[in-house]
Design a protein around this ligand. Structure first.
Ligand SMILES: [Zn+2]
Length: 205
């Protein structure tokens, strides 16, 4: 987690804006660490877990860090990095016989190309996304209205209160980092320990 915290510090240094939202596979663990050691950082950033990763987490993580329950990030899924890995995956067979230098050269070219394409498409893709979101909002409002019609007195505000109550309940379930971790969390923590021990050995060895 040291590396993520380092990157967050760099981001906050560069962008003074208060509205930085980060999506990270283990945002729940990062959040706990920040609460313990760098609580002021949490005033300037908010966190959520990429949408497909989120389902691998326990109930309370899914409630608190679900991107669909995070205000202000629209329908962003947080899977951008996965798309980049998938693009780069195509180069594994063509570059595997190359010398490391040539391989780095080719992958650099591929990444520059990927970045340029992304930038070129950004305008059009934002327009498509906003159109899609508007339609989805309309449909969702209608479906919600139909669903709520048999229940007199239940409106959006009531649902907002339920959602808040759910988050409060889930937050109370978020126990100590060491108490309840699924194997992925434990694995990451163990790796972190291993690296820190290794660094110490290198230092004195
Ligand atoms: Zn989690």
């Amino acid at each position: 987690l040291g590396y993520s915290v380092f990157l967050i510090d760099k981001l906050l240094e560069k962008y003074e804006s208060k509205n930085i939202h980060l999506m990270y596979d283990i945002a729940c663990i990062l959040d706990k660490q920040l609460k313990k050691y760098k609580v002021d950082v949490l005033d300037r950033i908010s966190l959520s877990i990429p949408i497909f990763q989120c389902f691998g987490h326990k109930f309370s993580c899914q409630v608190i860090f679900n991107p669909r329950k995070t205000l202000g990030i629209g329908l962003t899924d947080g899977e951008g990095m996965e798309r980049l890995w998938s693009y780069l995956g195509k180069f594994s067979s063509i570059t595997k016989e190359m010398t490391p230098e040539n391989r780095i050269d080719l992958l650099t070219d591929a990444l520059i190309y990927y970045g340029q394409k992304k930038k070129q498409k950004l305008g059009a893709s934002l327009v498509t996304k906003i159109e899609k979101s508007k339609k989805l909002l309309e449909t969702s409002e209608q479906v919600l209205k139909d669903l709520l019609s048999p229940f007199q007195g239940t409106d959006k505000e009531t649902i907002g209160n339920w959602l808040n109550a759910e988050i409060i309940h889930a937050s109370s379930k978020q126990v100590n980092v060491d108490d309840e971790m699924n194997w992925k969390h434990q694995y990451v923590m163990n790796l972190e320990k291993l690296f820190s021990h290794r660094a110490k050995i290198d230092l004195y060895g």
